[in-house]
Write a protein that binds this ligand. Structure first.
Ligand SMILES: [Zn+2]
Length: 295
């Protein structure tokens, strides 16, 4: 009889510990509200004392139970490891996980991976160099230019995020086309918050944003918390394979005019994206242009 009561107590204690251990989001604390830290500490001490007594009295039982638990835990770990391996194998198409190969050879137009340059807009006031639209601090866009997100850019973006998801990476659309007026709102808010000099380092003045071209997309968390994620690394390594370039790389602020933005990609098509990626240059360096406000 005593043995069965003790087993029940031991199991109850074990279960409650497991629940606490797995609850990292405040669920545990919502179950029992302490009126003060002192009360919490006292209760914890009493609980510990009680558990110690139970542990001493049920040494034999606990040892048995523990060894069983260990066995179960070991089995679970093995199963988890097997699942992880299987998951990766499935992601890679049923074979062993492939190495992360970064492509450097641009596809030809007949190749399924080929992505054409976006359509050109025959509108005065837009600068094109070698067929590529330029929008930076030196080259602005007309205020009434509002093409929306380019459809080729959009298709290629979702092809890219779909491939990323097969690698277990979650890359999602956060911001694409932004009109002149919307950019004005955003920029003015930043100026009000941080002052113009600081705002100019990370936000474009209206008419100068690449987002107004319909060819730029921000992904995931639009701030430096995205910088060192697996998604950011994959995006930097592979976006050119889908026709994008990482537009504002690290350490190039004096050239691009903007701080490092791990989350901002620009669609140019695979001919140019491979050329720029392979060159290791920014768009400004590649075309030998500058990016600063001429006013
Ligand atoms: Zn952006």
């Amino acid at each position: 009889m005593k043995r069965s009561i003790l087993i029940t107590l031991a199991i109850a204690a074990a279960l409650s510990c497991t629940a606490c251990g797995k609850t990292d989001d405040g669920t545990a604390s919502s179950r029992r509200k302490f009126t003060s830290p002192t009360e919490a500490a006292t209760t914890a001490a009493v609980t510990t004392e009680a558990l110690t007594e139970i542990a001493q009295e049920t040494e034999e039982i606990t040892t048995e139970a523990a060894s069983e638990e260990e066995t179960t835990a070991a089995e679970e770990t093995t199963a988890a490891a097997e699942n992880a391996t299987t998951g990766e194998a499935v992601a890679a198409g049923g074979e062993a996980p492939a190495e992360d190969v970064i492509k450097t050879e641009a596809p030809s137009p007949e190749d399924p991976d080929y992505a054409p340059a976006p359509a050109k807009h025959d509108i005065a006031g837009i600068t094109y160099i070698q067929g590529a639209l330029i929008a930076n601090k030196s080259y602005s866009l007309p205020a009434d230019f509002a093409p929306g997100l380019d459809p080729t850019c959009e298709n290629q973006f979702y092809k890219m995020t779909s491939d990323a998801s097969k690698k277990g990476l979650y890359i999602y659309f956060a911001s694409g086309f932004r009109s002149y007026d919307y950019q004005a709102q955003i920029y003015n808010n930043y100026v009000a918050r941080d002052g113009q000099a600081e705002a100019d380092r990370y936000s474009a003045r209206p008419g100068y944003s690449e987002h107004q071209s319909g060819l730029a997309i921000d992904v995931n968390q639009i701030d430096s918390s995205f910088d060192n994620t697996r998604e950011a690394k994959w995006l930097a390594d592979h976006c050119h394979e889908y026709g994008f370039i990482l537009r504002y790389p690290q350490g190039k602020e004096s050239i691009t005019g903007y701080q490092y933005e791990s989350w901002h990609v620009r669609y140019v098509g695979t001919d140019l994206s491979y050329a720029i990626h392979n060159s290791g240059l920014t768009m400004e360096e590649y075309f030998n242009i500058d990016s600063y406000y001429h006013e």
